[in-house]
Design a protein around this ligand. Sequence first.
Ligand SMILES: Cc1cc2nc3c(=O)[nH]c(=O)nc-3n(C[C@H](O)[C@H](O)[C@H](O)COP(=O)(O)O)c2cc1C
Length: 216
Amino acid sequence: MLGLTPDELLTTTRTVRKRLDFDRAVSRELISDCLEVAFQAPNGSNMNTWRWLVIDDPAKVAAAAGIYNGGLDDYIASLGDAVGANYSGARVPRSEQIGESVAYLRENMHRSPALLLPLFSGRSEGANVFFQASLWGSILQATWSFFLALRARGLGSAWTTGHLFREKEMAELLEIPSDGYTQVGLFPIAYTRGTEFKPAYRKPVSEVVGWNRFEA
Ligand SMILES: Cc1cc2nc3c(=O)[nH]c(=O)nc-3n(C[C@H](O)[C@H](O)[C@H](O)COP(=O)(O)O)c2cc1C
């Protein structure tokens, strides 16, 4: 354990791409420990209907990384004219570094010691907002807790959703039942090179918080 304070843990658990150590093995025991911690997160009616796939067979990691890359190609193609300087993300501080870092992960995802792919039972398409919130709200907290548990132990990950453009391809690779499950994302698991991370840019409280009413 790194001995971070709660606030240090919460403010320095970053999306790590360039500083993932792809050459250092991560044990199943360590991943299981992090999952046990993550499972303490809330979930609707405590039904635990989630499933958690850990991919550590190098051939499957490589195949999943290939699907991720294809999904990102689909995403970029879907942006049409909104790419480059027109992309709204281009106005975010350090956007160039983010682009470079995303490209690095694309090139190296296949070298991840392991990947995590959480699933929830059910589909949110066509559901009302209550059901959508219940489905996603019963998996996202635990997934983020997994990131925090990794960070507390000197490991890191990157939240990625790119492969979801090719969700069916991933389902075939991992033998996920063809109906009824939703994939949350694809998360590399690796030790980080160095353990110092800093808080990142976020809009300040004064810009995004309304007190007692919506404030534009
Ligand atoms: C819903 C979601 C989807 C994301 N998808 C990707 C992705 O497909 N590939 C990637 O490299 N990063 C992805 N990211 C990471 C973000 O780019 C990253 O969180 C953001 O740049 C802020 O950096 P930070 O997490 O270190 O604060 C995603 C993050 C979120 C929350």
